[in-house]
Design a protein around this ligand. Sequence first.
Ligand SMILES: Cc1cc2nc3c(=O)[nH]c(=O)nc-3n(C[C@H](O)[C@H](O)[C@H](O)COP(=O)(O)OP(=O)(O)OC[C@H]3O[C@@H](n4cnc5c(N)ncnc54)[C@H](O)[C@@H]3O)c2cc1C
Length: 479
Amino acid sequence: MTTAVVVGGGIAGCAAALALGDLGYSVTVVELDPGGPPADPASAWRAWTRPHVPQSGHAHAFTTLGVRTLAEHAPQVLDALHAAGAERLALDHIAPRRAGEVAWEDAEFPVLACRRPVFEAVLHQEAAGRPGVSFRLGEAVEGIRLAGDGTAHRRVSGVRLRGGEVLPADLVVDAGGRGASSGRWAAAEGAEPGPAPDETARSRISGYVRFYRLHGAHRPTPLNRGNATGAVRDGYAAFLHPADNGTFSVSYGVLPDDRSLRALRGEAAFQAAAEADPLFEKWAVPSAAEPISTVRVMAFADNVLRGAAVTPGQHHVHGLFRVGDAACVTNPLYGRGVSLALAHAFRLAGVLRRYPEAGDEQSAQAATAADTLFRPWYDHAVRTDAERLAWWNETVHGLPSPAREPGGPTTSEIGAAAARDPEVFAHVARTQMTLPPDSAAPGPRELADRVARACADTAPAPPPGPAREQLHKILQAAR
Ligand SMILES: Cc1cc2nc3c(=O)[nH]c(=O)nc-3n(C[C@H](O)[C@H](O)[C@H](O)COP(=O)(O)OP(=O)(O)OC[C@H]3O[C@@H](n4cnc5c(N)ncnc54)[C@H](O)[C@@H]3O)c2cc1C
């Protein structure tokens, strides 16, 4: 039986444990945080602390790629999520109709509404319940062990825990998140680092979030984005995400050096901002909901694509694979990390099923699978961040906007056209839901033409809600 150690029991680690357990491997998941989730996942929000996963208490959207991945490979996880109170949402009510069409295909874009700790608790329990999978909680992996001599193409033989214990393994999955250390551990064992560099791009966002619980059973207003309500405005983003069991989050994303919006960290100021926003005013008010958290603040991670994870030929250690954020991080604003981590874990398992022997072929296939999955979303995040940062830096700091590439429509023009043109809508929805373009999708030229036609009569309206200057005044008045 193949023995695997998974470093980290977060989303990617639990998904990898599920996928490898299904292959018949004997899997040990080593997780830094002590204490697993409570028996009742719905109580994970207050009963499960994750000191090494600070984003656990922040807003999470769960896009269609993740839902489809679970439906295909682990449908019992979806059932357990629904039993724990997660809600299934769809984008049909915001789709413009194609000519002659009476209803949008509801099943096309299933999404989930859930708080992250509840989602992760369910995933953890499903993984822990798999035959052959065990967890060691409250323990840290501090190194790997390699078999063979020399510097190149050595094979992993185990991991070393804090305290010195060695767990033998035929395969090691590094699911240690964005700070994953397996590259450093391999180098410490004398393995040659591959020449492919990591690609990185700043996301430059600080996030402020607060969670609420609705008093009633119904959502006060429809969701203008299908799975969320929100807008990206002239210097900040504001979003409301429904979640499980009548809960929801309100979050703001701002430039980290925008001092005038830092007052959002105060509860009174945050509340005043939420109540003054036409998108949230029927939700985040005492008559509709009560707060269930303080205001939480976190700097969003930068975009990173790890060369060692996505470049065939860079795996100088056979049998060692990075999964999830350990391979690629995209700006959390786009809400893709969980879906990508789930999809990556099951795709890696697919490679291991087809190429069971550790070696060049297995490593190259795993890198190609990772590159195919991550690169389009890494590139999209880098492009969209550059466009947003140019806009925000202009309004917040008065910096001149760099000249735009001629030809292509902007993200806000595409968004405006999506409300009018069903094909543009499908393009936007697929992108937001982490799905690659399908064969019927318009190419770049047709998309540009459609956007131009849809916006020909009227220029895109500015997103509803207070402009940054107004938000600043609201915050000042509430302090
Ligand atoms: C503010 C914020 C908001 C986000 N919002 C969204 C969203 O809306 N939708 C979405 O899809 N994604 C979102 N993301 C991204 C998402 O949270 C990540 O992509 C996801 O958590 C990646 O899962 P992971 O398992 O790879 O890493 P993590 O969840 O970070 O898990 C890594 C695990 O490894 C453990 N670990 C690390 N090192 C060791 C070690 N040496 N030994 C043992 N254990 C170790 C850690 O304790 C942790 O449990 C957001 C991220 C942030 C920061």
